[in-house]
Write a protein that binds this ligand. Structure first.
Ligand code: 13P
Ligand code: SF4
Length: 367
């Protein structure tokens, strides 16, 4: 079920009474259902989820870890995914027929994933293969719809996450001369640059005008889909300059969904897990400015009082779609499951599932 189909279903609207219950009542209800259902219920939680939700997660992780954990879990009947829609779709693709994947709020989409649709991708592929023949392999960040993953799987490509992008891009460039990287231009550019590919050998594909930005020269190796994360794009060079000027001893650590300029201006860049590990191993009293989603940054600040941590952008907000998952929606989903009346079930069609699984499994086998 797509985000839109989900929203058109009247059962995806939570009854008002859950909003009227106190935090304590909701927490008691969630605890009780979790206890009653035991391992039949599994709650994976992405690191960008709010604390009120993450406290109930059976496992937390970045998108790679959550994809791996979903593939491994054969025990749970119900997987209530505390994350966004594309993550729940991935879980549905990687779990068995018998297991039900549920997203507590169907409005928890991802603006980046919505920046590439199937029709745009088909047009891009036709035009780019006209220009470059059979020399392109498609890769998609897992932050994409199941339909895009299926397209990529069908055309010999693989998925990537921010933790394994380097390995997968290296693999892809051994398979074919060029890659088409969807939908995040920044992760694609930062990864390829890290692997030694100069910016001059990269071009942007504009899915709105259906055109390549710049000349289609023979030396081009990386075709970057013009998409971005609306959260990570809020870390800008002005923030980096200000930090460098005011506190030159504060280390800057950002996610590769930030722009190339911001990544180049930082001291360290890496996936959500990389950021967490850097902070875990940071020396006592060290000073950090972190450029990633705010629920995670706030948690790192709270859990590490021996460090001095700030956000790269002092006015940063959390990811609004990740934040759709809250205590009332979690309690509502669990109560529906307990009453054998699950709602917001994420079900990828068999035809899409088959090809999307190829792209996901290629990634999981390579890392
Ligand atoms: P990772 O979990 O791969 O670091 O991705 C970050 C993100 O934006 C998830 O939506
Ligand atoms: Fe999408 Fe960015 Fe939010 Fe991740 S942080 S879910 S990529 S909008």
């Amino acid at each position: 079920m797509s985000v839109l189909e989900g929203l058109l279903n009247e059962r995806s609207v939570m009854p008002g009474r859950y909003k009227e219950q106190s935090e304590t009542e909701l927490m008691t209800l969630i605890k009780q259902i979790k206890k009653e259902m035991g391992p039949r219920l599994y709650l994976p939680g992405h690191h960008y989820q709010k604390d009120e939700v993450i406290q109930f997660a059976d496992d937390t992780g970045d998108s790679l870890k959550l994809a791996q954990l979903s593939a491994e879990n054969k025990q749970a009947d119900y997987i209530v995914f505390c994350g966004v829609h594309f993550m729940a779709e991935t879980a549905d693709i990687l779990t068995t027929e018998r297991q039900q994947v549920i997203l507590p709020d169907m409005r928890a989409g991802c603006s980046m994933a919505d920046m590439a649709d199937e029709k745009q991708t088909r047009v891009a592929w036709e035009k780019l293969t006209d220009l470059y023949g059979e020399t392109i392999i498609p890769l998609t960040y897992v932050n994409s719809t199941a339909a895009i993953k299926a397209f990529v799987g069908k055309h010999g490509g693989a998925c990537v996450t921010s933790s394994n992008a380097k390995e997968i891009v290296s693999w892809a460039l051994k398979e074919k001369k060029r890659i088409l990287f969807l939908p995040d231009q920044h992760l694609g550019r930062n990864t390829a640059y890290d692997l030694g590919i100069p910016l001059e050998q990269m071009r942007i594909w504009n899915p709105i005008t259906h055109e390549l930005e710049g000349e289609a020269t023979e030396d081009v190796k990386v075709l970057l889909w013009k998409g971005h994360c609306s959260v990570h794009e809020n870390f800008r060079m002005e923030h980096i300059r200000m930090l460098r000027e005011e506190e030159p001893d504060r280390a800057i650590l950002v996610h590769p969904e930030c722009t190339w300029e911001v990544v180049q201006g930082s001291d360290f860049a890496g996936s959500t897990s990389y950021i967490i590990n850097m902070i875990k191993n940071a020396p006592m009293g060290s000073k950090w400015a972190i450029g990633t989603e705010m629920n995670l940054v706030k948690r790192l600040i709270k859990d590490n009082p021996h460090l001095d941590i700030v956000s790269v952008n002092p006015y940063m907000c959390p990811c609004l779609t990740m934040n759709r998952i809250d205590l009332p929606h979690l309690a509502w989903s669990l109560e529906n499951i307990a009453n054998n009346h699950s709602n917001n079930i994420i079900q990828v069609s068999d035809i899409i599932k088959k090809d999307a699984k190829i792209a996901l499994n290629r990634m999981l086998e390579l890392v």
